[in-house]
Design a protein around this ligand. Structure first.
Ligand code: GLP
Length: 263
């Protein structure tokens, strides 16, 4: 796993957005795996700006979101469909039918989840999967003890996740306890994965994901099995990494190789 320690989350957002824009320039029908939460907002802001200010064309892109709550309508302010509209889709030229979310209101959810997986395959697979991480190490809504081979399915959220996300709900408002999420196996099928983690609250999860054993108890540790994962951290989320200096040195050496013209 490549660990890039940035001085600030903005630096990470800039690097990831530029990475996506470079990939898009090479492949106009890029397939993106998208995450919600506060962490990826900076990436989406930069993609919207690239469209508005530089005319970057997203019209052939296809997107697949990681997860969605069961029981919230697409118009609910806390639904991930609404989140994506607000932070990305309304700001770029992407037709609604080119974006898919894990199914949450089909009568036969299992069949619909299989259909979602099939749609990813038909699109040619996800080129770049964006991820955040839960304080308990979850990716998407793959909570601790999720099978490392899991596919898109319904999960019950842990108390920790419910508590962390409770701030988004008004007092007395019903907070969904179920969500449909891409599985860990689904995520590992992406060609490239970028994960961003910022703040002290994520330090433990970052440490366990990068340096801990591969374990379903920390779902993000499964990323160690993927050949192309870059984890962007800030000084706070990197604070518990034991090989922090080494990751910095790796980055310096990568830069030197770049300067020398190596690919
Ligand atoms: C939710 C989402 C995850 C996200 C996590 C962290 O649980 N399902 O995909 O990574 O929150 O959110 P934040 O980026 O706000 O810390």
């Amino acid at each position: 796993m490549r660990v890039i320690e940035c001085t600030h989350p903005d630096e990470a957002a800039e690097l990831v957005a530029n990475d996506i824009l470079a990939a898009l320039a090479k492949k106009p029908d890029l397939v993106l795996g998208l995450a919600t939460g506060s962490t990826p907002i900076g990436i989406y802001e930069r993609l919207v700006r690239a469209h508005r200010e530089d005319g970057v064309d997203f019209s052939r892109v296809r997107t697949f979101n990681l997860d969605e709550y069961i029981g919230l309508s697409a118009e609910h302010p806390q639904s991930y469909r609404m989140f994506m509209r607000e932070h990305l889709f309304d700001g770029i030229d992407l037709a609604p039918e080119q974006s898919r979310f894990p199914p949450t209101d089909d009568h036969d959810l299992q069949a619909a989840c299989a259909g979602f997986e099939a749609a990813i395959r038909e699109a040619g697979g996800i080129d770049i999967q964006i991820l955040g991480i839960g304080a308990n190490g979850h990716i998407g809504f793959n909570e601790p003890t999720s099978s490392l081979a899991s596919r898109t399915r319904v999960k019950t959220l842990t108390d920790k996740t419910l508590h962390d996300n409770a701030r988004f709900y008004e007092e007395g408002e019903v907070q969904p306890q179920l969500a449909t999420t891409m599985g860990i196996g689904t995520i590992l099928d992406a060609k490239r994965i970028v994960l961003q983690a910022f703040g002290t609250k994520k330090a433990q999860a970052v440490r366990a994901s990068v340096e801990g054993p591969i374990s379903s108890f920390c779902p993000a540790s499964a990323l160690q099995m993927h050949p192309s994962v870059t984890m962007y951290v800030d000084p706070a989320s990197a604070s518990m990494l034991t090989m922090r200096d080494y990751y910095r040195r790796v980055r310096e050496n990568e830069r030197s190789l770049d300067e020398l013209g190596f690919r």
